[in-house]
Design a protein around this ligand. Structure first.
Ligand code: OAD
Length: 245
């Protein structure tokens, strides 16, 4: 497998990394499914759906404010850093479902945050958008926060279940998955659409699919190569191969 993979990596200069919660697990951010997953403890329909938000915004804000605090205290891990290093060597796009901003903090540049970013807020009534940092996290201590200009409720700029993805982000995701020669599917269970159609799109257009996950995903049969293990163990192996091509 090593020789076949090396030859594919050598002849490819158009990589996509499709990442999910698993890549940030080793930074201390829990995944959603599987043992210890957030959706084992909490109901996603109450906490991560648009109807849940309007039903009880205070409850939803409490959940996201706890996550904002957790994420602010976390650092990118070797998995994020390795992808950033690969981007310096090969033409790379990172399509992430993660809202934690860790790819950016690791130094990656070409990132599409398909499910938004938990540190950004927007108004449900007007065009106001803002960014939270450690120092202004206290501004949203008052749950639920209200927009200063139009007095409607503010919300995290993330995609809730029941909402479409940002059109521009989705367009880039479709284009880059359709044009890439290799797609690395890292730390995602591929349970959530429409993002889980991107590997199918890439495969249909002739890309090589490489799954990097301790567990097989539901699309395991589609994969050309599978690396079992944590992202911090498997991604450096890919980087080493690329460096030695
Ligand atoms: P999941 O929690 O569904 O899947 C996480 C995946 O990471 C699983 O397949 C694990 O086997 C794998 N994993 C765990 N630890 C890992 C590690 N150290 N290294 C590599 N892989 C590891 O998370 P997502 O697929 O990202 O959406 O979930 C997709 C979406 O569902 C999220 O973006 C979120 C959620 O509901 C919204 O909130 C809109």
């Amino acid at each position: 497998m090593q020789d076949a993979l090396k030859s594919i990596l050598k002849n490819s200069d158009n990589f996509v990394f499709l990442t999910g919660a698993g890549i940030s697990e080793e930074s201390g951010i829990p995944t959603f499914r599987g043992p210890g997953g957030l959706w084992k403890k909490y109901d996603p329909m109450k906490l991560a759906s648009i109807s849940g938000f309007y039903e009880d915004p205070k409850l939803v804000w409490e959940f996201y404010q706890d996550r904002q605090k957790l994420i602010l205290g976390c650092k990118p891990n070797l998995g994020h850093l390795t992808i950033a290093e690969i981007e310096r060597l090969k033409n790379t796009t990172i399509l992430t479902q993660n809202i934690d901003g860790l790819h950016k903090r690791a130094g990656s540049k070409n990132i599409v945050e398909l499910h938004g970013n938990i540190m950004r807020i927007k108004c449900t009534g007007c065009n106001f958008k803002g960014e939270l940092q450690q120092q202004n996290l206290k501004d949203i201590q008052d749950l639920s926060p209200i927009c200063k200009s139009c007095k409607n409720i503010l919300r995290p700029e993330i995609v809730f279940f029941g909402e479409p993805l940002d059109q521009q982000a989705w367009k880039i995701a479709e284009e880059s998955s359709g044009n890439c020669s290799v797609m690395f599917v890292v730390g995602t269970s591929l349970n959530v659409g429409p993002v889980n159609t991107l590997p199918l799109n890439a495969k249909r257009k002739g890309a090589t699919l490489i799954e990097m996950n301790p567990e097989p995903t539901i699309f395991n049969n589609l994969m050309d190569f599978s690396f079992r293990g944590k992202a911090t163990e498997t991604l450096p192996k890919i980087l080493e191969m690329i460096r030695n091509l």
